[in-house]
Design a protein around this ligand. Sequence first.
Ligand SMILES: Nc1ncnc2c1ncn2[C@@H]1O[C@H](COP(=O)(O)OP(=O)(O)OP(=O)(O)O)[C@@H](O)[C@H]1O
Length: 245
Amino acid sequence: MDKNMEKVLEVSGLTKTYKNKRGIYDINFEIYRGEIFGFLGPNGAGKTTAMKIMTGLMRADSGDVKIFGHSIHDSFESAMEKVGCIIETVESYPYMTAYENLKQASRYYRDIDDKRIDEVLEITGLIKYKAERTKNFSLGMKQRLGIASSILSRPELVILDEPLNGLDVEGMVEMRRLIKHLSDTQNSTFLISSHLIHDVELTCNKIGIILDGKMLSIDYTDNILANYASLENYFISEVERNGSI
Ligand SMILES: Nc1ncnc2c1ncn2[C@@H]1O[C@H](COP(=O)(O)OP(=O)(O)OP(=O)(O)O)[C@@H](O)[C@H]1O
């Protein structure tokens, strides 16, 4: 790895235990500029919990998250300045058009004009639906609008919780293309959670496997595929090595 690569996200010792004793335990990983990091794990593994903490929606019991060197505990606003995210569901105002929804979202930021709104509609392939109310949008279109909204402010780190949830094959392929396009053209860095092994393999260049609240392993997709026939084989072997399945 290039030593000059900039560290975008640093998660250290992140722990959160819910009253029912579930949660996440001592999660550690780093993401460097330009990486598409896949946070892979089955339902209930702890992905959303970790992402909620990273974006300030929940407090950790212990551990820290640094984004571009700023701790979310000590300097939350500086940490989040260059972050765009979608956590859990993508919400839109159904009786507003795609444009109006983005206009509404733009109020949270400085300096977002109509030209930028058109740009994100263009990037996400929604420009032709600009004046349509979102109540008639398909799930895939809503996900695209969510991404459009999350990149409005030109974030350098985009955090997406299960962006492929509920999409059909075509929708997944489109979403994957969109993520890669943003990574190639804007050098955006991504943290994406998913339980879909095949899709993570095709989308992400670095993968962290989370199971029962613990991070089992982290490696580059190229390394994994050089040693295993598929990410699924690697996943099963990692899970078995750690005593489950
Ligand atoms: N508010 C809560 N109170 C108690 N337990 C919770 C709460 N939120 C999540 N959990 C539990 O913590 C564990 C991790 O949940 P989390 O939602 O982070 O997993 P996930 O990997 O995002 O799964 P999914 O893909 O199903 O969203 C699960 O066992 C879940 O039941």
